[in-house]
Structure formats: C-alpha cells, structure tokens
Design a protein around this ligand. Structure first.
Ligand code: 13P
Length: 392
C-alpha cells in the first residue's frame, strides 16, 4: 500500500523544510539496502531508476522488484524515472510502475528544452503522473569521474526558471547551481543566492542532482532554500565497491562472497543522508497527508456476435497489442470463461490503469476510440463494464 502520490510526498517535505532522498538503484542489493534504511529510519523515500543506467539491468525486470518492494513497505515510497530521455521512455516508465517521471532535455537550448518537457508533461499529467524537468545543465554521469564530464555547467537563472515552469507546467524543477553528477575532485561551490531567488520566485519543490560530495553544511543550506528532493547515487556505488574491494583483497571465492556486505554498506550510507536531510521519522505524517497510489482495473465482460472462436481470438490479440500502448495503461489481459456450463459472459478484458485519472484519458484516446468503434463495439453489444480501484 505505501506507494504514494509523489507530488503529495514532496509537498509535505517542501512545507516542512526537509528533503526526501531519491536514491538511484542498479541492482537488488541497492533496492534492498535503500528500503532497509528507509524502514529503519521511518523515512519517506524515492526509488529512482536512471535511464543512463539501463545498460546495467533489464528495466522491466527490475521494475517488478521495485514495485513489489514499494508495495510491501510500511513507509511511503514513490518510484521515479530519473533522466528520462524521451516521451517513449516516460510512457514505458509509467507502464512499468513509475509514479513520477523526469524528462531531461537540459542539454538543449531553452526553447527546445521547454518544448520537449511540455510535451512530456502534457501526457504524464493527463494520466495523473507528476513531472520533473531540468533547466540549466548539471554536467556529468552518475557513478563516473568528474574528468569524464561531457559539457560545461550552465547555471539556472531565476527568470528562465519562472518562464520554464509557467510554459511547461512541471511539478518539480531540477536546478543547476554548481553541483555535478559523479565523483569530483575538490569541493563544489554552490550559488546559494541564485537558489534563494529561484525558490522565492517558484514556490515549488526544487531538486538537486549530483548529491554526492556535498558537505553537511551545503546540504543544510540547500534544504533551507527549497530543495526537497536530492538525487544521490555515486556515493552509494562507491560504498558498495569498497566492500567488494575489501572482500577481493581477502581473496574470498565466488560471487556471493564478493558481494557480501554490499547491501548493508548501501543502507548505512542511506541512513546517514536520511538523518542529515531531515526525512527521518516523517513516514507517518506523509502517510496521513499523501494520497495512496492505487491502480485501477477496468473490467469488461462481454459476448460476441458474428465471430467464431478464431475471430474472437484475433479481436483480443489486436486489442492487447494496440491498447497497451496508450499512456497510463499498465497491462491489457484478456480471457475466456472456463466453466463448461453457459456463463452469462464468455469473454473478459482486464485493463490495468496506473491510477483513476486514466479512465477518462483512455476512453477518449484516439487509439481506443478507433479500436472500440471499428473492431469491438460492432460485435460486442452485449457487455458490462466496471472500473475497480484496487486494494493493495
Ligand atoms: P550523484 O551520482 O553525483 O550522487 O548524482 C546522482 C544524480 O543526480 C542522479 O540523477
């Protein structure tokens, strides 16, 4: 159940001046370590999956585990697509269970960034999913050395930030005020005056990318100035690697011996940040104030006229193929009644939506309208349709 609406989660953090950790995960060890820390500290948490890491895991498979971890948690959890590269990635992320998405077009000039971000925000908002955009450019790659940073840092200006939020409608804004992704030599210099001005103008949750390597004092000042989501990965990756180097130095044998202790090292680093960022012991308040994130099952039981079994099977196959592409749809399943006696309805659609706002969006979506009007309704006049909000 504690999958919650990310906008509500960050609203609570914004109003109460703390930050929620958005920890990028790349394996089950990361997922389990992050969740263990959040549970122990009674902290809301964001499980984050960065598209730049998709070469290291199967996104679909890891999302099944991530959704399962969120649903069985007793603390509030949101699942976020980090640095989504396109509208397609965002739609896929939502289909697999992300309930917050980032589109990162920050390497483009302002107008292009705003155009791409707005296009994504329009689609995501139509299905009730909050959106993070980035303005200015935070260079670097999560988990890599600073020397490999492609491109120069570009700072966010308060004027452009206000225009960007107005034009795109994003719910959260990632700002560039001096952080970089990955490992840095030396201490980053952050422009807090700039951040304060952006915060005063926008009044929405601000996001910091490149959390690794900042000092405790810098984190405190970020949070004082409106930062409510902190993206954090490289330090977790380095903590995990240190355990593996130690194990390797002891010449342990085999994979499991090599990764032994990794999960705990990740949990320890997460606990440190959760304490520092003030999200410790906030779980209960967030559970009370944030809307639960519940999937909807759109159920249609029906009979067909004028089609044989083969024709009915083709009708279902076509529906599964086209309807599953509609944003907000998580799965399209179909079935045939198994009772030998004549059931009232012979066939069923089970279409899972990520949340209730999808019902209207799906009904009016041109792909659905065309399939329903051309293929389904002409043969399936005898039917009953009900939308169920699912218990978790
Ligand atoms: P670090 O890897 O520098 O912590 O940054 C993580 C990040 O910003 C993910 O989006």
């Amino acid at each position: 159940m504690p999958l919650v609406n990310m906008k509500d989660m960050l609203k609570h953090a914004h109003e109460n001046r703390y930050a929620v950790g958005a920890f990028d995960l790349v394996s089950l060890d990361f997922l389990e370590g992050i969740m263990a820390a959040a549970e122990e500290m009674r902290a809301p948490v964001i499980l984050s999956l960065a598209e730049s890491h998709f070469e290291y895991y199967d996104f679909e498979l890891i999302m099944h585990a991530t959704v399962a971890a969120a649903k069985r948690a007793s603390v509030p959890v949101a699942i976020h697509l980090d640095h989504g590269e396109s509208l397609e990635s965002v739609i896929t992320g939502i289909r697999l269970g992300c309930n917050g998405v980032m589109v990162d077009a920050s390497h483009h000039p302002f107008e292009e960034n705003a155009r791409i971000t707005k296009e994504v925000a329009d689609v995501a908002h139509a299905v009730g999913v909050p959106v993070e955009g980035e303005l200015g450019y935070v260079p670097g790659v999560e988990g890599e050395d600073a020397e490999k940073h492609p491109g120069e840092i570009r700072y966010t200006t308060p004027e452009e930030a206000a225009r960007f939020v107005e034009e795109t409608g994003v719910d959260f804004l990632a700002v560039s005020i001096g952080t970089v992704h990955g490992r840095m030599k030396g201490k980053p210099k952050l422009d807090f005056d700039r951040l304060a001005e952006i915060n005063a103008r926008l009044g929405i949750p601000l996001v910091i990318h490149g959390g690794t390597g900042l000092s405790d004092e810098q984190f405190r000042k970020l949070i004082e100035n409106g930062v409510t989501k902190i993206n954090y990965y490289t330090a977790l990756s380095d903590a995990a690697a240190r355990v593996m180097y130690d194990n390797a130095a002891k010449q342990v044998k085999g994979y499991t011996a090599l990764v032994k202790g990794v999960r705990e090292a990740i949990a320890e680093e997460c606990r440190r940040m959760i304490r520092l960022w003030g999200s410790e012991n906030r779980a209960e308040e967030v559970l009370q104030s944030a809307r639960p994130w519940r999937n909807v099952m759109h159920v249609i039981e029906y009979n067909v006229e004028g089609l044989d079994e083969e024709g009915a099977a083709q009708l279902r196959a076509k529906g599964r193929e086209v309807l599953s592409r509609i944003p907000g749809v998580m799965a399209v399943e179909t079935g045939v009644a198994i009772q030998p006696e004549d059931p009232q309805y012979r066939y069923v659609w089970l279409v899972r939506f990520c949340q209730p706002e999808v019902i209207a969006h799906y009904r009016d979506h041109p792909v659905h309208v065309e399939y329903a009007d051309k293929h389904f309704r002409p043969v399936a006049g005898n039917r009953i349709t009900i939308d169920f909000e699912l218990d978790e």
